[in-house]
Design a protein around this ligand. Sequence first.
Ligand code: FAD
Ligand code: NAP
Length: 334
Amino acid sequence: MRFENYPLLGHNTFGIDVKADSFVEYTSEEGLLSLIAGGEIKEPHLHIGSGSNLLFTKDFNGTVLHSAIKGIESTESSDEYETLTVGAGVVWDDFVDYCVSRGLYGAENLSLIPGEVGSAAVQNIGAYGAEVSDIITAVHTISMDGVRRVFTRNECEYSYRHSIFKRSDMKRVFVTKVEMRLCKRGTLKLDYGALRSELEKLGGEPTLRQVRDTIIDIRRRKLPDPAEIGNAGSFFINPTATAEWYEAAKERFPDMPCYRLPDGNVKIPAGWLIEQCGWKGKALGRAGVYSKQALVLINLGDATGDEIVKLSDTVRKAVAEKFGIEINPEVNIY
Ligand code: FAD
Ligand code: NAP
């Protein structure tokens, strides 16, 4: 499938009205290989998923690609585990629902994260103390040179919201399928945010389905629905700092929260920093800071990508001036 001068408005959750010179979609690995061999992918190129972590600031003068590789296949099974090989174009939350419906543990804390399975493996999506890299065993790819390669989990270089596929030199590598290993007798991860307290209200030992439903419920209350308010989730990554920096900062800002990291550093919630700068619920032109979660920047209606970037820069400057710490966008800006 190929289109010229193609509108991207329906392909980015920020709701930015831009176009791509061309847009191609493929439904199989063979389909992608023949697009490459036929020279159908003109440079520059950009592989997108459902556009829930993208911010376009201008038309894309090149080829935008999209995977419509579907399918969830059980490729290995034992008494303890089930390995599922999943097409990059499967909607992430459909996959989570598939797992929960079959009593498979490991994906439930990542319920209702927008996007597709391929991008989940690129982004190393995370929520409520879980990351997709906890369950990924391998990532199948095809490069612009037409070379197939399966990356083992270790080769994916996963860390907090990062993978090898986010590196600029890896933008010629496209994820086609992802292998994930789920547990048949797992344990639930509940010690995060409001999750445990919400589940306690239900009484008894929580089930897999209750965890999923509770997370969906919390997220629906706290986050803007992109179908109603344009956004790309958390605009910034939580910054990390040394324990010494944090101790010094605490003398000036005694309420500053932090979470200890395994490497001895600390993570500071960026939403708190932004709120302390007075930006929660505020707007700059048609771009705003969401009133229920300051980490989320929103499109108040027909904003351009540049207006969102201007707000982002203003917020970053305010945080740097008040706290002496940098916050950087998580969202991919083009
Ligand atoms: P896109 O935004 O289209 O692309 C993301 C990146 O992946 C781009 O760099 C793109 O080039 C690359 N990419 C996409 N597909 C491929 C492929 N097949 N091969 C190679 N590269 C590819 N994120 C979290 O981690 N946790 C959350 O809890 C969370 N909550 C969110 C809530 C809301 C309301 C919104 C709008 C976003 C949220 N996000 C969250 C961010 C977003 O959902 C994730 O980053 C998601 O993985 C993006 O998926 P996508 O399919 O929309 O990818
Ligand atoms: P929250 O629970 O109010 O927590 C605020 C921040 O504190 C989060 O950024 C989270 O870090 C951190 N945090 C909370 N409890 C923690 C713990 N026990 N250990 C370590 N860190 C802790 O956050 P929220 O906005 O409602 O989001 C809930 C979850 O969904 C979070 O995990 C968040 O990352 C995820 N989420 C992500 C996006 C996105 O676009 N990336 C958007 C919405 C929600 P972490 O962010 O590192 O988890």
